[in-house]
Design a protein around this ligand. Structure first.
Ligand SMILES: [Zn+2]
Length: 398
């Protein structure tokens, strides 16, 4: 076994279910004769996360004991903290065709008959209560919640069992920025970073985020900027535009030897507090010792309280999480302080604070208007304005 540098992975072992070499050749040949199941985008993301060890200790899609335990208690059946079900829903007719112990082949939609990704040994098939999952995991049963809507729309039977990845998913954007957890761990170790803070985002970096990231970087050795690039809501800013804006700001305003930009292939679930824990555990597997949790982390449209994603960490012993959460307030520019501040660090009031809501910023950018430089660096604003223009043109062409 190759050694795994850095912090102990969740559960102690960094999972690797990526098959290579001769073993892979053999498995590829055999896979074509197996019953095939076509995965939805979120399952493709989850499959890759499992294979590369980002969701260690999971080595496959969850069986019933883990699923029930995670939904009910936020722990795996063995007692390890885990907050988000990682499951494989299939149709009842497909489940009926498959026998326990049998292997199946998992495909991604693509040219012709699709793209073979992995094999899976089906150890369990079980029914589940979607409404209960919604209520426990998402804290709402409303189908207006995008994560809940996805659960309601998915198939009715769950298959559990270990997977083996044979091919990476198709159309992988940003290949240069795709690091598996073993790679980021080696990079961190190679850079001599003993303490690394992870930053999850699905948004552009405005001055407020820059402030938070740099405040965190002051107390650790390295910053792992890890934007999520799996499936998100349609109105989130497209990943390629975000990536351009990250590269621009890193080039001009961050020390290259203290920052790593990589993409996180996960899909968004918008599960708020539970997803904050999930994001932290995944980043521990990537080698982070610290993780930034902002206000309303992974939330959506007022479904969670402002501090819920921070408070949920208090429901666990710090050692069972094993990565240190760094909680931040909203940051903004204060005219009197003449710097970015938070309500914690500035004695002035709203009249001195430059505060724009996400909606306001989106509206400005789509009008072609740059927010004030104290809010968004001009280099970033320009990329976002161009991105919105391209987006609008794309929509008109449809
Ligand atoms: Zn102030």
């Amino acid at each position: 076994m190759t050694s795994v540098p850095g912090i102990r992975p969740h559960g102690g072992v960094l999972v690797n279910r990526v098959l290579r070499g001769v073993a892979r050749e053999g498995a590829l040949e055999k896979a074509h004769e197996l019953p095939r199941w076509m995965l939805a985008p979120v399952n493709v993301s989850d499959l890759e996360l499992i294979a590369i060890g980002a969701v260690s200790p999971l080595n496959g899609f969850m069986g019933q004991a883990d699923y029930e335990s995670v939904v009910e208690t936020m722990h795996l059946a063995n007692g390890l903290v885990w907050t988000i079900p990682i499951t494989l829903p299939v149709s009842k007719s497909f489940a009926d065709e498959v026998e326990l112990g049998q292997e199946i082949a998992l495909y991604q939609p693509g040219e012709g008959t699709g793209h073979l990704l992995a094999t899976m040994e089906v150890q369990e098939k079980y029914a589940y209560d979607k409404e209960r999952e919604a209520r426990e995991v998402y804290r709402t049963t409303e189908d207006k919640h995008p994560g809940v809507a996805r659960v309601y729309a998915q198939e009715d039977v769950l298959l559990g069992g270990p997977i083996t990845l044979l091919n990476r998913p198709l159309d992988q954007a940003f290949p240069k920025f795709r690091y598996d957890p073993i790679q980021t761990r080696r990079i961190f170790a190679g850079n001599g970073w003993r303490r690394v803070v992870g930053f999850q985002t699905r948004n552009p970096i405005h001055r407020a985020h820059e402030y938070i990231q740099k405040a965190a970087l002051e107390i650790v050795d390295g910053l792992f900027l890890h934007p999520l690039v799996g499936e998100t809501k349609k109105d989130d800013i497209p990943a390629d535009v975000r990536m351009q804006s990250y590269q621009a700001i890193l080039r001009d305003y961050y020390p290259a030897d203290r920052v790593l930009l990589g993409v996180f292939p996960a899909a968004m679930r918008y599960a708020g507090p539970r997803e904050a824990i999930f994001h932290a555990l995944c980043r521990k597997n990537y080698g982070c010792t610290h993780f930034i949790v902002g206000r309303d982390h992974a939330g959506v449209r007022g479904y969670y309280g402002t501090y819920d994603a921070q408070l949920i960490f208090d429901e666990f012993e710090p050692a069972e999480i094993g990565v240190i959460p760094l909680f931040f307030e909203h940051a903004f520019y204060c005219k009197k302080c003449q710097s970015v501040v938070t309500a914690k660090t500035c004695p002035h009031g709203k009249e001195d604070w430059l505060f724009l809501s996400g909606t306001q910023v989106r509206e400005m950018l789509s009008r072609g208007e740059a927010p004030p430089p104290e809010f968004t660096r001009p280099e970033v604003a320009k990329i976002l304005i161009d991105g919105y223009k391209a987006l609008r043109q794309g929509q008109e062409d449809e």
